[in-house]
Design a protein around this ligand. Structure first.
Ligand code: TXD
Length: 319
């Protein structure tokens, strides 16, 4: 059987880390694509030279030509620019929308059968635009944010309860950003819900509230420390987990920005919900019962995503 092909659009911090992880995990041959000449080629060469040490045979190439992503099985998109001082949200939207247009058209022309994972921010709007521009079926285009957000939540919870991260399951819904909805009642340590752990005296509501707040601003905390960029190790790991779920038909239940039409009372929108990812792409949207507080928080989050989309439509009338 021929090796799988993984195309990474954007060879920046996350793109390079994705390539490293994909090679170490033997997911397939890798194409790193970027508009900047030399960077994808340089990173590909550097990464290829890990092969003899790590013992992987993956072919890693760098490219500035969309023709090289032809036949990709999985495409992970991190292309775009980050918000810089003085740049308004709409400026950023305008720039990254143009990037999504170029990427979407490149995918449509060269790899229409791929499973596409978008990571570029603002995530919920960009994944929606990428789907529109690529014309791929909704179940084959998904956004990565929830796996990262719940990993952050789980990390903080494991730390608080002094238990292994392996035993923590946490649950995050909604858009990626300040309005995300960490759901405490579905977050557990080996099946014991966090509210029960509070009752057992293992933590306090105040401490858990602080963890929820820290999770919501988890990206900003890292930007504040790094100063010159945003998180990339955990975002890349999270993207790879989604790629593996598809490539190995794992049917994993993961939070992702998926196309929702009817579920959770939301129509025609990409927003963070639990989904099943397998060989069919997004095979199911898992609709869980929410308490009133989570419902209200989800509404706020959905409204924020809708507002972003309206801004996108105002910028690009073809959307
Ligand atoms: O949870 C999440 N979804 C996120 C999202 C978590 C962390 C970071 N998140 C976002 O991912 C972040 O706000 C950015 O929008 C993306 C990528 O982050 P990264 O840290 O990798 O950014 P870099 O290092 O700036 O890399 C972006 C690359 C860079 O090499 C550019 O030259 C390239 O994108 N770029 C393009 N590539 C292809 N095509 C076009 N048009 C293009 N424009 C820029």
């Amino acid at each position: 059987m021929a090796r799988k092909k993984i195309a990474l659009i954007g060879a920046g911090n996350i793109g390079g880390t994705l390539a490293h992880l994909a090679a170490l995990k033997g997911l397939g041959d890798i194409v790193l694509f970027d508009v900047v000449e030399g960077v994808p080629q340089g990173k590909a060469l550097d990464l290829s030279q890990c092969g003899p040490v790590e013992g992987f045979d993956a072919k890693i190439t760098g490219s500035n030509d969309y023709a090289d992503i032809a036949g990709a099985d999985v495409i992970i998109v991190t292309a775009g620019v980050a918000r810089k001082p003085g740049m308004s949200r709409d400026d950023l939207l305008g720039i990254n929308l143009k990037v999504m247009k170029a990427v979407g058209e490149g995918i449509k022309a060269n790899a229409p059968d791929a499973f596409v994972i978008c990571i570029t921010n603002p995530l919920d709007a960009m994944v929606w635009a990428l789907r529109e521009f690529s014309g791929l079926p909704h179940n084959k285009v998904v956004g990565m944010a929830g796996v990262l957000d719940s990993a952050r939540f789980s990390h903080f919870l494991a730390d608080e309860f002094q238990v292994s991260v392996k035993d923590v399951t946490s649950f995050v819904l909604g858009g990626h950003g300040d309005t995300m909805v960490p759901v405490i009642s579905y977050s557990t340590v080996s099946g014991i819900p966090v509210p029960d752990l509070i009752k057992m005296g293992r933590s306090t509501q105040d401490k858990i509230d602080a963890i929820v707040k820290r999770t919501r601003s988890g990206g900003g905390e890292i930007v504040g420390l790094l100063k010159t960029g945003s998180a990339y190790y955990a975002p890349a790991t999270s993207g790879i987990a989604m790629a593996e779920a598809y490539l190995y038909d794992q049917k994993r239940v993961l939070p992702a920005a998926a196309y929702v039409d009817g579920q959770y009372g939301v129509n025609d929108l990409y927003v963070g919900v639990p989904v099943v990812i397998g060989a069919g792409g997004v095979e199911q949207i898992v609709e869980i019962a929410l308490d009133d507080e989570a419902k209200a928080n989800l509404t706020v989050s959905v409204d924020a995503v809708k507002e972003l989309l309206e801004a996108c439509k105002g910028i690009d009338s073809s959307l």
